[in-house]
Design a binder for this molecule. Sequence first.
Ligand SMILES: NC(=O)c1ccc[n+]([C@@H]2O[C@H](COP(=O)([O-])OP(=O)(O)OC[C@H]3O[C@@H](n4cnc5c(N)ncnc54)[C@H](O)[C@@H]3O)[C@@H](O)[C@H]2O)c1
Length: 371
Amino acid sequence: MRRKEGNLLRKLKVGIKEKKSDYEIIIGENIIKKLKDYIEQVYKGKKVFLLSDQNVMSLYGEKITEILTDAHYDYTTFIIPPGEGSKNFDFLLKGYDLLLKEGFGRNNLLLALGGGVVGDLAGFLAATFMRGIAFVQIPTSLLAQVDSSIGGKTAVNHPLGKNLIGAFYQPELVLIDTYFLKTLDRRELVNGLAEIIKYGFIADRGLLTYLEENREAILNYDTEALGDIIYTSCKIKAKVVEEDEKEKGKRAILNFGHTIGHALEAVTDYEKYHHGEAVAVGMAAAAEISRKLSLISKEDRDYLEKMIGDYGLPVTFQYGENSTEVYERLFYDKKAKDGQLRWVLLKEPGEAYIEEELSKDIIMEVLEGLR
Ligand SMILES: NC(=O)c1ccc[n+]([C@@H]2O[C@H](COP(=O)([O-])OP(=O)(O)OC[C@H]3O[C@@H](n4cnc5c(N)ncnc54)[C@H](O)[C@@H]3O)[C@@H](O)[C@H]2O)c1
């Protein structure tokens, strides 16, 4: 199943129907060296605004600024502290201030170099500054490479909840360089792998087989194997987003494992679980609900649990959470429509669908089983 060609440069197109426009996702190893060429495909100006975080800049700042200097870009850097705490109004305002102070206008370009926090904040800054300036995503965490940089959801957190203030705003280009992944710590790598496992279960049995057969290479940061699964994941997400940019229907399928996952993150104050870990527990719960409804077999459910466990992710509550509290938190989800949750369940490993009618009893039984 492994490719023989070495590290390919791969390209995908995301076509947003409503906008009659599309943009490219470029995936490869060390493509950052050609940043100038890629920027020139979408931007003819010289003034660029680089938003990143302190971790990423301490690792790659010198390299990136050297590339920008050699290409004669007039760049301004805006570096935020790492972590979710920076995805807020304070840093958004600081971003607008700096853009204005440095004379940026609507025709300039913003570069987002970092994980999902940087990408979401930069995207919302780009969406709103001067009613929208162009931006390029250069995701550096695995989660950002397979999920947050694609699809155009941008946001900051509000004191009352995560990602509540945002916009759908698509980048001009997404540059995914597997070279960045080598410095990601193991927990962050696995965090991104949870989303990749999700793509396999909702849409691609072949991806699941690949994940089984190449687990060692993947967990050893083999960039070729990572490139393969990133490409497949982006292809799946791009296809879903193309059909339903604003999540009016099918895009909700990407929330497999997220309904319970989000509730779990919330009841533990976003401090205990990494997003991918909470989603992993949520996927195990969704698989168990699917089994209870006789949609999938016990073997299929075990297959999902084994896949998750083999990648070092949890399938049960890790911190003695209270099932009733988790149940109640489900309904705070901003994706609930008029208080009605949309569950993503499995028809088989590799195919999911959306279910709106689920009894409280079945959900509670499954939550109890996770303790
Ligand atoms: N927009 C969307 O569609 C979408 C989808 C999923 C998640 N998100 C958002 O994404 C965020 C989570 O993203 P994340 O997991 O990337 O978190 P993150 O941006 O906080 O990055 C995780 C950690 O990894 C570090 N890091 C990033 N790249 C690195 C590298 N190459 N080497 C070493 N360290 C590196 C960061 O500094 C940070 O400490 C959340 O805010 C979530 O809401 C958005």
